[in-house]
Design a protein. Structure first.
Length: 148
């Protein structure tokens, strides 16, 4: 017997990167995203790629995976940037970041906080994470909080 409820269709919005970014070894953690040209302050760098999933599925994945790129939205959905992603997935956390993340309309957008130099690693303060403040921070910033 059918409940009559339709399953919500989860579609992934198109995403774009507006500046050339290179992925290379990071001094912070694993791989990092590096600007390949100067990025002016307050300019949109691009949209994080990935697939839209439910928050329930996102939390199941993060509980089972050591390294994951997941952003939760307030609408019961999340962007899984570990799948079908782009180079912005490699923006590492820093307590003294040069970018900020904006969540809007099922998108994760990155903007430059200040002018970013060629070959400078892009960083973002992740804020609250699924690590609940227990993952040691490796950013090396003078104002490092110690944990993510």
């Amino acid at each position: 017997m059918s409940s009559g409820r339709k399953k919500k269709e989860l579609s992934t919005p198109e995403y774009r990167v507006f500046y050339p970014i290179k992925v290379a070894k990071s001094q912070i953690d694993g791989q990092g995203a590096y600007a390949q040209q100067r990025i002016p302050a307050r300019k949109k760098i691009g949209d994080l790629g990935g697939v839209i999933i439910t928050i329930r599925e996102a939390r199941r994945i993060t509980a089972q995976t050591k390294r994951v790129a997941m952003v939760e939205f307030d609408n019961g959905e999340a962007l899984n940037a570990s799948v079908n992603s782009n180079e912005l997935r490699y923006i590492n956390h820093s307590c003294d970041p040069n970018t900020y993340m904006r969540l809007t309309h099922r998108r994760v957008e990155f903007y430059a906080l200040r002018p970013i130099k060629v070959n400078e690693e892009l960083t973002c303060n992740y804020g609250e994470t699924h690590h609940d403040g227990k993952l040691p921070c490796q950013c090396g910033a003078k104002n490092c909080k110690g944990f993510i």
